[in-house]
Design a protein around this ligand. Structure first.
Ligand SMILES: *[C@@H]1O[C@H](CO)[C@@H](O)[C@H](O)[C@H]1NC(C)=O
Ligand SMILES: *[C@@H]1O[C@H](CO)[C@@H](O)[C@H](O)[C@H]1NC(C)=O
Ligand SMILES: *[C@@H]1O[C@H](CO)[C@@H](O)[C@H](O)[C@H]1NC(C)=O
Ligand SMILES: *[C@@H]1O[C@H](CO)[C@@H](O)[C@H](O)[C@H]1NC(C)=O
Ligand SMILES: *[C@@H]1O[C@H](CO)[C@@H](O)[C@H](O)[C@H]1NC(C)=O
Ligand SMILES: *[C@@H]1O[C@H](CO)[C@@H](O)[C@H](O)[C@H]1NC(C)=O
Ligand SMILES: *[C@@H]1O[C@H](CO)[C@@H](O)[C@H](O)[C@H]1NC(C)=O
Ligand SMILES: *[C@@H]1O[C@H](CO)[C@@H](O)[C@H](O)[C@H]1NC(C)=O
Ligand SMILES: *[C@@H]1O[C@H](CO)[C@@H](O)[C@H](O)[C@H]1NC(C)=O
Length: 474
């Protein structure tokens, strides 16, 4: 066993490809000009370079910014786009050599037309992760009416990867979420249709980071685009799913569905969802706050005409945000650049009391608004990002206002932000299966708390591993 690992690591060091480095040692070096403009200490320079190289080693083969798949086809530009949901480019069979996917799955990628918050058209990218065999449901038909080899569709909304072109899950080896979401879903027989969210993947498009209703547009239009491309294979019926930023997006999708119903919608799984985001941020661990607020400032800047990010961010933040864009860095780089270890230097005091902050809350908040059920909300009680009490308030408000709507709320004791996907995996997989099987959820709200049967202290708290690329495969 030791020998196998040693020889694997030896081989990786000589790989020609941009294979996962065993050391994650950086080969990219910041220029003196970049270092000065962003006021980086020597230690921080090392951390940023390390994080950047780590991110780059996680891209599937080519870096997103050098992968021609993400370029718009000839003759198409952002100002002459066809209607929402139109397909612009299809990679029928993605070369999965540089991805770290479970064996037997296959993958496609496509570019399609999505919709910004104000209704303008925008190009977005997406992938489909196909199972070896679809899960079979009695009576499930494809969009074209086929009854065999019909893949039930999940419209998946991913968690935070970052906010530049390089952060597109469709070009990340493990697709972001890996066994928490897309791998498990596809291995259970669902076709996972996953948008990258507008601005990720596509060059020079501002990312409306954490503008959840805009991401929800991306989810619906990606599903429609995929259905138009593979009408014989994909079901008309679909369930929306998502965790974290994606959980907030999924809830926003259920609210969109109440206003703009899309045929085929069967319900929403919202896992550790962001609801009242400013309240979540108040409860968040300090290490997470800066990166989230900097991200939202950039996202809001892209959708709110009278807002510029510097209304919330200090000059040093603005300089580092510029560096993040120049490096095409994602969350790992941003975590270094905006690390709270450097003190409280990034956010202007009172940023969250500004008019823009209340506009953000009014327009982006989930909960207390009409939604299309059924919806399953799953939440860990030890979540340090989407705070449990905040989610509970959103669920309560919603249940009080819409007491007959179908909302099931499962809380898992002692479980954190991402681990909720594992703690409640049996619950959410069963719930999704019931939607396609036509099982009716009871009317109204249901609430349940689950906990570990064995000693809580014996339960693994969080994931302390990543998937390592193995160029040989087995
Ligand atoms: C990075 O590389 C340098 C020089 O090759 C080496 O001294 C250092 O130990 C490496 N760091 C890590 C984390 O491997
Ligand atoms: C891996 O890290 C080492 C040490 O910094 C470096 O020499 C090598 O070029 C890196 N390999 C890749 C593929 O990035
Ligand atoms: C740059 O960083 C140093 C400490 O590393 C700090 O003393 C100085 O105030 C910073 N300058 C600006 C403009 O933020
Ligand atoms: C976009 O396409 C339209 C119509 O084809 C064309 O008139 C316009 O010049 C193009 N814009 C850019 C920036 O290429
Ligand atoms: C996929 O990419 C690998 C590495 O570049 C290459 O060897 C292989 O031929 C490609 N497969 C197909 C089907 O193009
Ligand atoms: C709509 O939003 C997009 C980006 O989100 C922006 O480029 C465009 O100018 C906006 N259009 C209007 C009419 O406000
Ligand atoms: C900025 O625009 C929003 C949306 O149009 C509006 O609600 C808000 O009052 C404006 N803020 C200021 C300071 O003008
Ligand atoms: C703004 O942040 C401060 C300090 O973090 C907090 O005390 C206050 O309640 C927040 N205000 C809102 C509206 O969230
Ligand atoms: C939510 O509602 C339940 C049942 O009505 C109640 O016991 C609980 O205190 C409420 N929680 C919050 C945070 O409002």
């Amino acid at each position: 066993m030791l020998l196998r690992i040693a020889s694997l690591f030896g081989a990786l060091a000589y790989a020609q490809l941009q294979s996962q480095n065993t050391t994650f040692n950086s080969s990219y070096h910041l220029t003196p000009k970049q270092i000065q403009a962003a006021n980086l200490s020597t230690a921080l320079v090392g951390q940023v370079e390390l994080a950047l190289n780590f991110e780059r080693s996680n891209n599937a083969g080519s870096l997103t910014q050098f992968d021609p798949f993400y370029d718009l086809p000839n003759g198409v530009n952002q100002s002459n786009l066809p209607p929402y949901g139109s397909i612009l480019k299809v990679e029928q069979y993605t070369n999965t050599t540089y991805y770290t996917l479970p064996a037997t799955l296959s993958m496609s990628r496509f570019l399609y037309v999505s919709e910004t918050l104000n209704g303008s058209r925008v190009v977005s990218s997406a992938y489909v992760l196909w199972p070896y065999q679809p899960r079979k449901f009695r009576g499930l038909r494809s969009c074209s009416g086929a009854t065999t080899n019909v893949f039930p569709v999940l419209g998946q909304a991913h968690g935070t990867t970052g906010q530049t072109q390089a952060c597109a899950p469709s070009n990340i080896r493990s697709l972001s979420g890996a066994y928490d979401e897309p791998f498990t879903m596809a291995l259970n027989g669902y076709a996972v249709v996953a948008t990258d969210y507008a601005g990720l993947g596509i060059p020079q498009t501002p990312t409306p980071y954490f503008i959840l209703p805009a991401h929800a547009n991306d989810v619906f239009h990606a599903v429609a685009a995929a259905q138009s491309q593979w009408p014989d294979l994909l079901s008309k019926q679909f369930v929306v799913t998502g965790q974290s930023q994606g959980g907030g997006t999924a809830w926003a999708a259920a609210q969109r569905q109440a206003k703009r119903p899309v045929p085929g919608y069967l319900g929403t799984l919202a896992a550790s969802p962001f609801t009242n985001i400013l309240a979540d941020i108040n409860g968040e661990d300090a290490t997470q706050v800066n990166i989230r607020v900097v991200g939202i400032a950039q996202g809001l800047n892209s959708v709110l005409a009278n807002f510029t990010a510097n209304q919330w961010l200090t000059p040093i933040s603005m300089a580092r945000l510029a560096l993040l864009k120049e490096l095409v860095g994602c969350s790992a780089v941003a975590n270094q650049l905006f690390s709270s270890k450097q003190g409280n230097i990034f956010l202007r005091p009172g940023w969250n009391e500004t008019e823009a902050a209340s506009w953000y809350t009014r327009n982006v908040q989930n909960g207390g608004k009409p939604f299309a059920g059924p919806m399953l909300v799953i939440q860990g009680t030890s979540d340090g990002n989407a705070i449990e009490s905040v989610t509970t308030v959103a669920v309560n408000q919603t249940c009080q206002m819409y007491p007959r709507n179908r909302l099931r709320y499962i809380r898992a004791t002692g479980v954190g932000h991402n681990p909720i996907m594992q703690a409640a995996q049996v619950d959410w997989l069963d719930w999704i299966k019931d939607r396609f099987a036509g099982v009716r959820e009871p009317e109204g709200c249901q609430s349940e708390t689950i906990g570990p049967v064995r000693a809580a202290s014996s339960v693994v708290k969080g994931q302390n591993w990543i998937i390592l690329y193995d160029q040989f495969g087995i």
